[in-house]
Design a protein around this ligand. Structure first.
Ligand SMILES: [Zn+2]
Length: 445
């Protein structure tokens, strides 16, 4: 699905009331209900190596929500994978009166700009905060003022008050900068005082995704890529085309192209030859997208999934399993793409999941990488034919070797003809329970 994108932007200059007052501070905002990359002009995309990257972030008022990510998510250069990724954002608990976040830049820095990014599908998107700054004394060595920032002589300078809550759900970005002639001033400490968005159910605390601080005296920062990074691959006969999207994980682009795609190009035609049924050609185009963070919100640990001809792969899983499970996991998913030719809405749910997953794991563990012995069953109690994934794959392997050579194609055909347990007797003369008993006996005589 291609998300529709609309951008709303605003630009206004305010004069900060406190002293020493910067001449003028420009507040620019960007918003999009559909973008997923923080491409929200005129605010630039999040920076990767700005002055906040190594700053110390500390909560000095209120508490983090128990579902929030750690403070690190605010300055790690990574953006959330989706519009509802609590662990990839930082947000305060609902009852956080006096919520405050202190950023210690370590030394006085001549500030070019400060930018805040947030993303949520509902009431946690808008940003409402007051931002204060303190110099840390003449040489920037004093601790941050601990007085209430609005009290007279507190040592804090109010830089800006921001409110983007009226723009609604989606991605929000706010950038504060000096006038064209001047910076925001030289400061060591920043104090954010966020306020919850109006939400009667109490879920209005903003999902802050990233906070950037740029140093006017540092080299130009690197920014997150918002242009798509796409590579196209084809089988040698030109029959199948694969598009790899590494926009979010450019570090994996070369490795994926060199290590994963040759296996995909070699095995997708083999898989289609193994399972495809006349009249149901498998998709001849497939997209593979590398995604950071939780690829299914709220389900950490899902390494990949396929929907139709689109595969989404966890970049974290690819990195940590590069020399172990990564390629086999992608092979499993491309089996699902080949199965897809039958998955019209009318066929959805006609075939039990254990069969769908069992075939995918059969291809992976018994054909693609038998040497890794990933589907060996160690305990008799584990030998259940419908336990799905690699256990079912082991059962299918036994049935294929002993009874029905073209079982994968027969099973795939049931996506259109319908599956029922009686098919096993039609194919082998034995019920699935009888076959399973024989299989178990062969494993544990
Ligand atoms: Zn699967």
């Amino acid at each position: 699905m291609i998300a529709a994108r609309l951008c709303f932007t605003g630009l206004l200059f305010i004069s900060a009331p406190a002293t020493p007052a910067p001449a003028a501070i420009a507040i620019q905002t960007g918003h999009s209900p559909g973008d997923a990359t923080f491409n929200l002009p005129p605010v630039p995309p999040p920076a990767l190596n700005d002055a906040a990257t190594k700053a110390v972030f500390k909560i000095t008022g209120g508490q983090a929500d128990s579902h929030s990510g750690a403070l690190e998510v605010l300055h790690d250069g990574h953006i959330p994978a989706s519009s509802d990724s609590p662990r990839e954002n930082f947000f305060f608990a609902p009852d956080s009166a006096g919520a405050a976040l202190l950023i210690d830049l370590g030394r006085g820095i001549n500030l070019k700009s400060i930018a805040t990014y947030s993303w949520h599908q509902a009431g946690r998107a808008g940003q409402q905060y007051a931002l204060y700054a303190a110099s840390g004394g003449k040489d920037g060595t004093q601790p941050a003022p601990d007085a209430a920032p609005d009290s007279p002589g507190s040592g804090w300078t109010l830089l800006a008050k921001v409110d983007t809550s009226a723009k609604g759900p989606g991605q929000h970005a706010v950038e504060l900068s000096g006038s064209p002639q001047a910076t925001l001033g030289k400061y060591r400490y920043l104090l954010f005082r966020p306020q919850a968005n109006p939400d009667p159910s109490g879920f209005g605390q903003t999902f802050f995704s990233e906070i950037d601080v740029t140093d006017a005296n540092a080299p130009e920062v690197q920014r997150l890529r918002t242009e798509p990074l796409l590579d196209t691959y084809q089988t040698d006969d030109g029959k199948y085309t694969f598009t790899v999207d590494s926009t979010r994980s450019p570090d994996l682009r070369e490795w994926f192209g060199k290590k994963v795609m040759p296996a995909v190009k070699e095995w997708y035609p083999k898989i289609t030859a193994l399972i495809s049924v006349p009249g149901f050609p498998p998709p001849d185009k497939m997209s593979l997208r590398l995604q950071e963070g939780e690829i299914v919100p709220g389900n950490r640990g899902i390494p990949a999934y396929a929907v139709g001809g689109n595969i989404v792969v966890s970049s974290d899983f690819m990195r940590s399993e590069a020399n172990r499970e990564a390629i086999g996991c992608v092979i499993h998913e491309i089996v699902h793409v080949a199965q897809t030719s039958h998955w019209g809405p009318q066929n959805h749910g006609r075939v039990p999941t254990w069969i769908v997953e069992g075939v995918a794991d059969y291809v992976r563990w018994f054909l693609f990488e038998p040497e890794s012995r990933g589907a060996v069953i160690h305990q008799p109690d584990d030998a259940r034919y419908d336990a799905s994934y690699r256990t079912t794959a082991n059962f299918f392997d036994w049935v294929i070797r002993n009874h029905i050579k073209d079982l994968p194609r027969k099973l795939n055909a049931t996506f259109s003809t319908g599956y029922h347990a009686g098919l096993w007797r039609d194919w082998t003369g034995k019920s699935v329970q009888e076959l399973a008993a024989e299989w178990k006996k062969s494993l544990f005589p």
